[in-house]
Design a protein around this ligand. Sequence first.
Ligand code: WTA
Length: 635
Amino acid sequence: MSYYKIDDLEQYFKHYKKSVREPRKFWDKIADENFTWYQKWDKVVEFDMQTADVKWFLNAKVNITKNCIDRHLAKRGEKTAIIFEPNNPKEEARHITYNELYEQVSKWANVLREQGVKKGDRVCIYLPMIPELAFAVLACARIGAVHSVIFAGFSASAVSTRVNDLESKVIITADGGYRGSKSIDLKGIIDEALEKTPSVEKVFVVKRTNSEITMKPGRDQWIQPLLDDALNNNVAEIMDAEDPLFILYTSGSTGKPKGMLHTTAGYMVYSAYTFKNIFQYEENDVYWCTADIGWITGHSYILYGPLLNGATTVIFEGVPSYPDFGRFWEVIDKHKVSQFYTSPTAIRSLAKENSEWVDKYKLTSLKVLASVGEPINEEAWHWYNDHVGKKKAPIADTWWQTETGGIMISPIPFVTPTKPTYATLPLPGVQPVLMDEKRNEIEGNQVVGSLCIKFPWPGMARTIWGDHQRFVDTYFSTFPGKYFTGDGALRDEVGYYRITGRVDDVVIVSGHNLGTAPIEDAINEHPAVAESAIVGFPHAVKGNALYGFIILKEFGETRDRDNLSNEINQFISSHIGPIAKLDKIQFVSGLPKTRSGKIMRRILRKIAEGDFSNFGDTSTLLNPEIVDEIKNGKL
Ligand code: WTA
């Protein structure tokens, strides 16, 4: 029996039991049968969940790009690996075969090597959704450099924070990028970011928009002439199973963003295995995930998962609303997409438009639909099921995180019966548990608790770059010996999981994780602001939006409130990025604080939601009178 692919529910339970009873044998067989190794492992896994030291496939030697590209060439050399669908529908789509991908990645890898990039160096990639982004990422993996893709919507200051944390010497960017009707001055943002990044020695620039940019002599170079001179084959670096593959930042509830480090072999095995099962990919399918490669979803399910399985994967440069609200559906018909993976926020934004935008397309090629990023509400689920899947394509509501590397809990299409708003069952190999406030595991069904994972899995992040203690504190200390996800969940009468949302100070806005602390830090830097508190509140399209309660310094009080609000949002935009802007701002004279000085956010959350019914116990507040003032200010 192969454990790589599950075909029916009975088999699911069989694999699941095996994976819990004998996890080592389970993963050993999957890794052994489905990948190309230079050398196999001495031991499947070694771990200590107290100190958060986890290693998979010890001493194995491998290169992930050999598995993504080279091994397919004999059979699939002329198969399309990547379909590039440009922002502008009038620009022709590009079909890149596995042979071409091999040549491109080889050229890029040779250029990076010639330019002095070595195994272990961190390379920051700040590119729009164009094929070069895939080439750059894979070229890094090819030569053993650690890629860190920075979402091209981040501001200069967010870029410099990340570049400095990584001490990167090399940045890969573009002159600009297209997004709907806008074009974005990526090189300008990089120039600004690099004013504060002493480590950077070289910047390679891809030409996309032909916009005018400045090139700093000695630092900046166009990449194309270098590629033109490079050889189109390349010998991959031999990597140890636990050598770092990439670092991707995710927001925390406090402090600076966390650079989640993923390593080579475990991530490879896990992203490939989960892709195969969740999307039920078959040889001639065309698969499309609408995420950005700047997020983990794009890493695991635009690039690595699909390419490891020899799939055809779509890279889409644009947005769902450009040139009109039918764009997604037009692309699905045009490329005969079989599996479609998007986010609840995209679904909701399209569902609120006239349904003619979707109903006029055939969408007959679709076999599997999937969703990720936040809980998918019932209404959005039904719209997706009725209008997009025509009630024929099962929806995989996939729960996972940057930290988990791949999908953890999700229905397997055609195997697991779906239930709207439920991520349903864990994949074989994943052992979720719900924990109560006393840190005990909650047994049985129809229960609610904090979601933890009690046994390691190959795709899990190994550490936070440069701060292992923070990794231990954030994920392995709340419930000692277990990985704590930060999410709450319920388990229903048949054992299905429903994720109820974050239990910490992270708010998910349009599928993006935003820690409230860094936003507050940005606001507090405004000269007129004394203090601030941010909470999330429900939003029809974005899932959640941000509500800011702001205390002004004395001189700020005389200023025009609308102007101030705009300035504050400007501050947030330039410190973090436009995604973190506040939808509502309320100026207040104080914040509800406990005697120990902690802001009681649960009260602010209720006020932001407009629910004034029951604030719970406020007896520990130092200033209970402020609650009425804030409430009345909102009314
Ligand atoms: C949330 C994205 C409910 C959750 C892959 C998690 C979800 C955080 C779902 C991770 C889902 C993601 N249902 N909630 N299907 N998928 N989440 O790191 O709170 O960007 O902890 O990874 O998104 O977000 P991240």
